[in-house]
Write a protein that binds this ligand. Structure first.
Ligand code: ADP
Ligand code: MG
Length: 604
């Protein structure tokens, strides 16, 4: 083919690919525009996960009728004159591309009235072709309606994830902006259902409660740090409150949401050795520094920035986080042989959920060691923290490696119970040596297989004497709503009871005695739906979570009878050697290994 200049329409659609990846990207650009326009109130309406409609209205300064047509042209912006301006930019937008891009891949309507104007103006654009500008009577502000996203680029539609995922992306995005801009009132509706409403009173902790629920919001530690160079504010979780992924780590830099792995690394390093391997804090940190220190023009969706002095930024973040962690130094205590942290005057997160698992080579966490690492400086002024990865520190030497490789797969041989050690492990003897069994992991496995076997028949439920009400963060609420039938089959009777609120009437009989609110939370919170695309897989993972909750914990004394029963149950399991999450339930020390270790047999 000869070289040709692409038709405008095609060029716009290609450019749109960079900015408009999914409905949440549309929401992001429109919300940013509303913030740039100085809105005090922003309302986001979404229908069918944004495929049918995304509409963002604001009460900002509006667009003069004469400029409405320009607003949807490519490279048209009121926020920038020269490339120089980029380094003084105070607005979120500057590329002048968003509206043009969105309008080229959807049925697009812009309605706006500038503050000084008598009437407003309306402009429709379909597939990049603009109609006439018509006068309309509307209040001051702007409404952008985006219908049937990607109707003219069906290939892109195929890349969208399931509705639940797309909705969660939008919920997550709007809640984060609400947190970053607590003085703006945000309203988010999905299919007419209110998902998020903030008051605009400027109280971030209040917004946090909407995001994570009141209990978690109360536990989050406040960060407030300032020096000549950087200002870091926001919230981080105490070490007792963690997640299995980094998704709840959010950074805003000069009011801009950025995904920056180096910033996350700085945060994690500040928690260094305080978290178990594979656990991550929750954090929402807002970094302010001079605009000249930040290059914002490095990413089409403006999701990344470049720092002129990255080291100064990272050390500022670390100091801010360390200081917050130290200021709330919990009293260390040994409970049931495991470390437990207590925040003075604060309600305890159920420690059993977060019970540290024995990790070979992991240094036990103490607040003394933390203070030492911080240079003994209680004010947290220590500049550099040892950059070791968790688990790298000098700790107990890893135990003699279990002869995992030599284990026959499948069922267990009959085991003779010897007893319980460390309130966490069962010791048993089999025909081929010694077995150390993690009581929690083993019980999880037993419960999991029992649940899976019962699948299809109704699983026994335990009705609560009094139904309890539970308020969930938006993402967890959407998941719960979409999985109600599954939860019902599993013995949870839960019904919607207002926005993001549910009533729990019964829980699985297996969980009898558990706190019903905590039981529901543990099932749906922090659930990475993306990783389990199949419904059957989601179900299995929900079951695994219930089992984790119901299983006996490390630190729990078991009677000899209970220990024996656990062994018998484990022997009947089809996959007794791992827990439902894939971790080992046992370490096997074979007779052969013992003989070699004691020098009775030559080392081969
Ligand atoms: P950018 O935000 O990079 O300038 P956009 O394509 O997002 O580019 O918007 C183009 C222009 O339209 C903006 O510069 C602004 O002048 C105007 N505009 C867009 N949305 C709004 C809004 N909600 N309120 C007021 N003006 C707006
Ligand atoms: Mg913009």
């Amino acid at each position: 083919m000869p070289i040709r200049i692409l038709a405008d329409e095609v060029a716009s659609q290609i450019a749109a690919g960079e900015v408009v990846e999914r409905p949440a990207s549309v929401v992001k650009e429109l919300v940013e525009n509303a913030l740039d326009a100085g809105a005090a109130q922003i309302t986001v309406q979404v229908a069918e996960a944004g495929r049918r409609l995304v509409e963002v209205s604001d009460d900002g300064q509006g667009i003069p009728a004469g400029e409405v047509e320009m607003a949807v042209a490519r490279h048209a912006t009121s926020k920038l004159n020269s490339a120089e301006d980029l380094f003084h930019i105070q607005t979120l937008g500057f590329r002048g591309e968003a509206l043009a891009s969105i309008a080229s891949v959807a049925r697009f309507t812009l309605i706006s009235r500038a503050r000084e104007a008598e009437v407003g103006a309306r402009l429709r654009v379909e597939g990049g072709r603009a109609g006439p500008v018509e006068p309309v009577g509307v209040p001051v502000g702007t409404v952008v309606r985006v219908e049937e996203l990607f109707y003219n680029v069906p290939a892109r539609l195929k890349f969208l994830k399931r509705d639940l995922t797309e909705r969660q992306q939008i919920d997550g995005l709007v809640t984060r902006y609400a947190l970053a801009y607590p003085l703006v009132r945000f309203h988010l509706f999905q299919d007419g259902r209110p998902v998020l409403q903030t008051t605009g009173r400027g109280d971030r902790r209040e917004v946090l409660a909407g995001l994570y629920g009141i209990e978690i919001a109360r536990q989050m530690l406040e960060v407030s740090f300032e020096d000549d160079y950087i200002h870091v504010t926001g919230f981080i979780s105490p070490v007792s409150l963690t997640r299995s992924n980094r998704k709840e780590i959010t950074f805003f830099v000069n009011g801009r949401w950025v995904q920056d792995s180096a910033l996350s690394a700085a945060l994690l390093q500040a928690y260094h050795t305080l978290l178990m391997v594979g656990r991550f804090p929750l954090a929402a940190l807002f970094i302010e520094l001079s605009p000249e220190e930040v290059d914002v023009n490095v990413h089409p969706a403006k999701a990344e920035v470049r720092f002129r002095n990255p080291d100064k930024v990272f050390s500022g973040v670390q100091r801010a986080v360390r200081r917050a962690l130290l200021a709330y130094s919990p009293v260390p205590g040994v409970v049931g042989g495991t470390w437990q942290n207590r925040l003075p005057g604060q309600q305890q997160v159920d420690p059993a959920w977060e019970m540290p698992r024995a990790v070979a080579g992991q240094r036990p966490l103490t607040w003394d060691s933390l203070a030492q690492e911080a240079g003994g400086d209680q004010a947290g002024e220590a500049d550099d923290f040892p950059g070791a990865e968790p688990g790298e520190g000098p700790g107990p030497a890893p135990a003699a490696s279990p002869e995992q490789a030599g284990l026959p797969s499948g069922m267990l041989p009959l085991l003779r119970l010897i007893g319980q050690v460390g309130l966490a492990y069962l010791v048993a003897e089999g025909p081929d040596g010694l077995y150390l069994i993690d009581q929690h992991a083993a019980h999880e496995r037993v419960l999991f297989e029992r649940f899976m076997k019962q699948r299809g028949e109704p699983i026994p439920a335990q009705a609560l004497l009094e139904p309890v009400t539970i308020h969930l963060p938006p993402a967890a609420a959407s998941l719960l709503l979409s999985q109600l039938p599954v939860l019902d089959r599993l013995g949870f009777q839960v019904e919607p009871f207002g926005p993001n609120t549910f009533r729990v009437r019964a829980i699985p009989a297996l969980l009898t005695g558990a706190d019903p609110q905590a039981a529901v939370r543990v099932v749906v919170e922090d659930f990475e739906e993306d990783e389990a695309p199949l419904q059957s897989e989601i179900e299995a993972r929900l079951i695994a979570r219930i089992c984790k909750r119901a299983a006996v914990k490390a630190g729990q004394t078991l009677s000899t009878e209970e220990q024996r029963a656990l062994l018998r149950d484990l022997e009947t399991c089809r996959s007794p050697r791992t827990c439902p999450h894939g971790r080992p339930t046992m370490i096997h020390l074979s007779v052969d290994l013992l003989e070699r270790q004691f020098g009775r047999k030559g080392v081969r």
